[in-house]
Write a protein that binds this ligand. Structure first.
Ligand code: UDX
Length: 434
């Protein structure tokens, strides 16, 4: 099968590489010439475990190429994916669809034989029908179908998620499109991956409802965690205790500093906007958006309170700045709110992150960067863990204690054992564990 992938951002690149690994002939198209040149040389512009090796393997096998030329890239393609960005528009939170529609119109100009146009970008309900309308308006005689195929890739585990998904969701309305999709995903059908076939609107809604539900689950446990602190309960026991109820499930019940990343913040906002536009409010999701924003700010207050009410003149070592481990992505990371607030409160900041420095240097302002946790701890009054990279999980607390000037550890991800940290001579504050 010949596939064209428009957009080499996170989703487009991972999907393009994985489809080529299925044995398809894939051309990844992007108008950013510099990026395409790097990809051509086998360089991956983002940090995603396993992606570079898989990409190089498929380039070497002749199945994966890159191009800035949409017309040439689409030549003979049987399926073309739209996986361009849909950022939240500044001001109103609506998903910005201008890139999606521009891609649809560019595709329309190139349709030759029957073509299936598949939207992978996360787009609000109604967008796929509008994509079809625009292609039809541009090329009334063209033979094509539009399919909605949302992705559920987690950064840091994207290849595993692509190769072994819980399910594939496709919104489509013709047997011809169904046959093409079956061919595109054939290796996963052979592994008996469940496939949910729906109409266009339901497929679009599944994506938003899934992300909003997960964001709600996280926000729920975060608020329960705060209450646990007040009443003397332990949120980790509570999460285990409720998670074993199969109706609830154990995942996404880790209390922390609030969710971030490229999806949950943007998609929850977009869903709230869609609901408002249809006069059908999703009050729970609106509250989740607000609570999560407030939480990031509250985390700085928690650190200041743990320090006795002031961090002025204190040296704070921050472990982890990316929105989660195994990525270099800083989008909507809690650190972007917490670090500036601590600096404004008069603290001197030392940052440490296995992959976050490249992006983080520009975003996090005045701070020094340490090469590892022990270097960061040197002369620090307070050590704060924001992102739970494996590198930070098994610290030698004796060594950290010897390096630090102060004795306070604030763990915003509950990765340490309170008894162990306290035995090493620290004062220890975590989330939802009084
Ligand atoms: C998410 C979805 O999981 C994926 O299916 C979707 O399509 C894209 O968005 P991603 O943003 O890569 O993926 O990361 P995820 O692992 O879901 O974490 C999102 C955020 O929630 C992170 O900030 C993470 O730290 C936080 N989180 C997650 C928690 O605070 N607690 C949890 O229990 C789980």
């Amino acid at each position: 099968m010949r596939i064209a992938m428009i957009g080499t951002g996170y989703v487009g690149l991972v999907s393009g590489v994985c489809f080529s690994d299925f044995g398809h002939q894939v051309v990844c198209i992007d108008r950013d010439g510099e990026k395409i040149a790097r990809l051509d040389r086998g360089e991956v512009p983002i940090y995603e475990p396993g992606l570079e090796a898989l990409m190089r393997k498929n380039i070497a096998a002749g199945r994966l190429t890159f191009s800035t030329d949409l017309a040439a890239g689409m030549k003979d393609a049987e399926a073309v994916f739209i996986s361009v960005g849909t950022p939240a528009r500044r001001g109103d939170g609506h998903a910005d669809l201008s890139y999606v529609y521009a891609a649809a119109e560019a595709i329309a100009a190139q349709i030759d034989d029957y073509l299936v146009v598949i939207t992978k970008s996360t787009v609000p309900v109604g967008t796929n029908r509008e994509v079809a309308r625009r292609i039809r308006a541009a090329r009334p005689e063209a033979d094509f179908d539009v399919v909605s195929n949302p992705e559920f890739l987690r950064e840091g585990a994207a290849i595993e998620d692509f190769m072994r998904p819980d399910r594939i969701v496709v919104g489509l309305e013709s047997d011809r499109a169904r046959a093409v999709i079956a061919e595109v995903y054939r290796p996963l059908f052979l592994r008996e991956t469940p496939i949910i076939q729906t109409g266009l609107e339901s497929a679009e809604m599944i994506k938003y409802a899934a992300n909003a539900f997960l964001a709600t689950k996280i926000t729920f446990i975060n608020e329960i965690a705060d209450l646990c602190e007040k009443v003397g309960a332990d949120v980790q026991s509570v999460a285990r205790g409720i998670g074993l109820d199969r109706r609830i499930g154990p995942k996404f019940l880790h209390a922390g500093p609030g969710y971030g990343g490229s999806c949950f913040p943007k998609d929850t906002l977009a869903l709230v906007e869609t609901a408002r536009a249809h006069d059908s409010p999703v009050r729970i999701v609106s509250t989740v958006v607000e609570a999560n924003e407030a939480r990031k700010r509250a985390m700085a207050g928690k650190i200041i309170a743990a320090a006795g009410g002031s961090v002025a003149g204190k040296r704070i070592a921050v472990l982890g700045v990316t929105f989660k481990p195994n990525t270099d992505d800083m989008r909507e990371a809690p650190s972007l709110v917490i670090v500036p607030a601590l600096r404004e409160a008069g603290a001197e900041i030392v940052l440490c992150d296995p992959q976050g420095r490249k992006e983080g240097e520009a975003l996090l302002g005045e701070a020094s960067w340490a090469g590892g946790p022990y270097e960061a701890a040197e002369s620090a009054d307070i050590l704060v863990l924001i992102t739970e990279w494996n590198e930070f999980r098994a610290l030698d607390f004796g060594r950290i204690r010897a390096a630090m000037k102060g004795d306070l550890i604030v763990d915003l991800r509950n990765v340490y054992l309170p008894a162990e940290v306290r035995a090493a001579g620290f004062s220890y504050v975590s989330i939802g564990r009084s």
